[in-house]
Design a protein around this ligand. Structure first.
Ligand code: ZN
Length: 64
């Protein structure tokens, strides 16, 4: 099975999105509205590298 995400710097292998969310530290959300409907959630890997997770379209920033 393909990993959800692998850190390019330290090689930390996040097998699933759940594992990624549990292991990384929330940094913030980057919105591209109104040019793009999706937003990126920024989270720090264990090595402090910032990794981005694409949020589903329609994700409500007000509820985050
Ligand atoms: Zn890393």
């Amino acid at each position: 099975m393909k990993s959800y995400k692998i850190c390019k710097r330290c090689g930390h292998d996040y097998k699933t999105e759940q594992m990624f969310l549990a292991t990384t530290k929330y940094v913030g959300v980057q919105s591209f509205a109104p040019y793009n409907l999706f937003s990126l959630e920024l989270r720090n890997c264990v090595c402090e590298t910032t990794l981005a997770r694409r949020l589903p379209i329609g994700f409500d920033l007000q509820r985050a």
